[in-house]
Ligand binder design. Structure first.
Ligand SMILES: [Zn+2]
Length: 547
């Protein structure tokens, strides 16, 4: 089947992703710190860091952690990506409370939930400077929700090479949805995570891209704020960018982490020079790691925290960071509403370790099923012959169909498929990210990805990617779009139809038990029979169900 589709895999519009591609309480027992500087090393993998420590390549991080701690942080909830990562770090919540689950599934963080807003409220807006200086443009951003008239959107779509809208190409909705108002259709994309937050802060700058730009601005801002109380978030994006471009095991990735370290050193030196270091807690934190040896981070839950905070005493999870920081600024975090999902790193907590394989991911499912590789044969779905026959002779073929249908659809499998669908969509976004970085043509272009074959005439920019390249973007092989995805959708759709069919059978059974009007009974019986026929044709024919 795959051999029939050697050519173009995805054609899409890169616009939306690439460029938009961010209480008075009792005081704690210990004397609270005056300032906090949270330094983000976006995409720095723990394993890679430890190797660098071994080679003495991150001296500033090491010096910092000698004053306090260097601990393992695992990602337990939320995607191992940028939006989910920074949102969790800056709020202390699992995605269910913020609505930010992944780069593709998000909404503005609810008002008041971020560390910035809590610090502003605790000290009073005039008594603290809250500053965010961010390397990334997309994912750590504050853009307003966007609404484009459907026709305008459709026109853009039409300009693209023939996009099959039944497929999950990025040319379709890009995380947005179609809404209707007074008979007019619009395509809406949600506001970005910090859309609500930004207006409660003193400074929020994102999209600086390069470490040097971020670092230089951070030093200037520290100079401006040094005589006030301050809370800084300084976000370095180079490791993530180079990781996507050159891979986790590349020298470029190592160099980018070295650059993070060097800038961390300069920031600390600046704090010392300003005479505020001993009243400032510095935390180096990470949103996600990188898949080992790969160019993506579809499941990269192993990160770390380095700090001069002497109260940090244990390993933790990504949601523990915000409550730690706030507690050590003097907030009574047990009173925060809604309750934090994280636990301050000076308090005991149950061990939360990320599993080696993504929970609910394809690998975990295969492992659970005891199956190697991707060969999920049709045999796996065949009815189990050891199952007892249902009572009554009946129509043998019909019974067989019944058994096949019940073997075909299960709730767990459908939920698993839903997850895969989400992951695939996230993967496509990752792909666009990667292409943007490869081509430096981030904006407003129609990009055509080719996996072998000829260049389509109407392609504006062509990126030729190997299967390996594609897979590195979150495991998205070209076959996912042509074969995998429609099947996954079909699995879920089939499950819903199958449930309806089960309901129909129960209505028929009930009508019989109640000795209802014979006409009603026969109508229901016909309905059941035709529905089963349709389900069997649609879902049991291997020709319609390439896997
Ligand atoms: Zn990334």
């Amino acid at each position: 089947m795959r051999k029939n589709f050697p050519v173009v895999t995805a054609v899409f519009l890169a616009l939306a992703f690439l460029v938009a591609s961010a209480p008075a309480q009792e005081t704690a027992a210990k004397p609270a710190a005056r300032n906090v500087v949270l330094i983000g090393w976006d995409g720095a993998q723990r394993g890679h860091l430890k190797e660098m420590i071994g080679r003495g390549e991150v001296p500033n991080l090491l010096a910092l952690s000698k004053e306090g701690a260097l601990v393992d942080v695992d990602v337990i909830t939320g995607a191992t990506d940028t939006k989910a990562g920074w949102t969790q770090i800056l709020t202390g919540y699992a995605p269910a409370k913020t609505g930010v689950f992944s780069n593709g599934k998000y909404q503005p963080i609810p008002v008041g939930y971020t560390v910035f807003e809590r610090v502003e409220k605790f000290f009073g807006p005039d008594n603290v400077e809250t500053v965010a200086i961010i390397g990334k443009k997309g994912h750590v951003d504050a853009d307003a929700p966007r609404r484009v008239p459907y026709e305008q959107w459709a026109k853009r779509e039409a300009q693209q090479a023939k996009v099959d809208t039944t497929k999950p190409g990025l040319g379709n909705l890009q995380g947005g949805r179609i809404v209707e108002e007074n008979g007019r259709k619009f395509v809406e994309t949600p506001g970005k995570p910090y859309y609500n937050t930004k207006s409660h802060m003193d400074k929020f700058v994102n999209g600086l891209v390069e470490n040097d730009k971020v670092g230089e601005m951070a030093l200037r801002e520290l100079e401006r704020c040094k005589d006030k109380r301050f809370f800084f978030f300084i976000h370095f994006a180079d490791p993530d960018h180079t990781g996507h471009k050159f891979g986790e095991n590349s020298q470029e990735y190592t160099d980018a982490i070295k650059s993070d370290d060097a800038w961390t050193g300069r920031i600390i030196a600046k704090l010392k020079e300003a005479g505020v270091y001993d009243r400032t807690l510095v935390y180096v934190v990470v949103d996600h790691g990188f898949n080992e040896g790969a160019k993506g981070h579809s499941y990269a839950p192993y990160v770390f925290l380095a700090t001069n905070d002497k109260q940090v005493t244990r390993n933790g999870a990504r949601e523990d960071i915000a409550p730690t920081v706030l507690k050590h600024l003097g907030l009574d975090v047990s009173k925060v509403e809604p309750a934090f999902d994280g636990i301050p790193l000076d308090q005991p907590a149950p061990e939360r370790k990320a599993p080696a394989v993504k929970p609910g991911g394809a690998k975990a499912k295969r492992a659970a099923a005891g199956q190697a590789g991707q060969a999920r044969g049709r045999a796996a779905r065949k009815p189990d012959s050891s199952q007892p026959e249902a009572a009554g002779a009946g129509d043998e073929q019909s019974m067989e169909q019944e058994k096949q249908l019940s073997a075909r659809f299960s709730k767990d499998e459908s939920l698993g498929r839903l997850k895969q669908i989400t992951e695939a969509l996230d993967g496509y976004r990752n792909l666009v990210d990667t292409i943007g970085q490869k081509s430096n043509l981030a904006k407003d272009y129609h990009i055509t990805v080719i996996h072998g074959g000829n260049i389509p005439e109407n392609a504006e920019i062509v990126v030729r990617m190997s299967g390996k390249d594609l897979r590195a973007c979150n495991g998205i092989g070209w076959e996912f779009q042509y074969i995998g995805f429609p099947n996954w959708v079909k699995q879920v759709q089939g499950y819903v139809e199958y449930l309806e069919y089960q309901n129909m059978k129960m209505r028929l059974e009930l009508a019989r038990l109640k000795t209802s009007d014979p006409l009603d009974i026969s109508r229901l019986a016909r309905e059941v029979a035709t529905t089963k026929e349709r389900l069997a044709t649609e879902y049991l024919d291997p020709a319609k169900w390439a896997d």
